[in-house]
Design a protein around this ligand. Sequence first.
Ligand SMILES: C[S@@+](CC[C@H](N)C(=O)[O-])C[C@H]1O[C@@H](n2cnc3c(N)ncnc32)[C@H](O)[C@@H]1O
Length: 259
Amino acid sequence: MKTMLKSFGQNLPCPACGRVHDLLYAKPLTPLEGFQFDEAVAQVFPDMIQRSVPGYTTILHMIGVFTRRFAQAESRCYDLGCSLGAVTLSMRENIEHGGCRIVAVDNSMAMVERCRVMLERNDRGVPVDLVCSDIEDVAIVDASIVVLNFTLQFIPLCARSMLLSRIYEGLRPGGVLVLSEKIRFHDSARLSFQSEMHHAFKKSMGYSELEISQKRAALEKVLLPESLEEHGERLLMAGFRDHHVWFQCFNFVSLMARK
Ligand SMILES: C[S@@+](CC[C@H](N)C(=O)[O-])C[C@H]1O[C@@H](n2cnc3c(N)ncnc32)[C@H](O)[C@@H]1O
């Protein structure tokens, strides 16, 4: 552990909150490689997502509220693209019915290994099946709630409809999907306003211009946002009877779709 921390230079955990400060893009990087959910990212992930996604804490809290309302007895609750398990923990705190299991899936081994440690630290209540796999290969079965919290945007565009159809098929009647995404806008005035405000948010969270621009470039071909209209159409095509935007802050939204 000591060696690993040393290799991240000044990147030591904050003694107060235990989080490691994200400095991954603080120095000029040449060549600048495409963003990956590797060990370096997994180490700083809680700090990175908190400082990059406006409203992240609120979304996690509300996923707990949705879980309390929609999780059904003897069903499965899915956290697809679980990273370090923040959604899983929020769901686990809020499942009131007996016989439920949470299935948490991520294809990054670095994330899954750290997620396992986080879950063991808070080991109580509902059992969690933690799976290191591509979500495209995981069966969705007997589900009452499925969460894609900022994960679909990393799935190839051509595979998104199939994934949402499988989620729809795997949900019980009355089941729900929570879908959170960074979105794009077709209208250029809206696009520039929302992007500018997201930029201002990141600056307010302590990221420099260099960090913001290097991370944006690293994510360019990896995170492929779609518009709210595109998401809505795909949800309806998959079979969902309706969907609602329940959260939006700048270019970040969360929707709930009901079967
Ligand atoms: C932005 S993070 C999700 C954050 C997490 N849901 C949370 O709320 O803290 C995206 C995650 O999706 C995972 N991921 C991306 N593509 C995936 C795929 N095809 N299958 C499984 N996991 C994937 C990444 O490894 C990463 O951990």
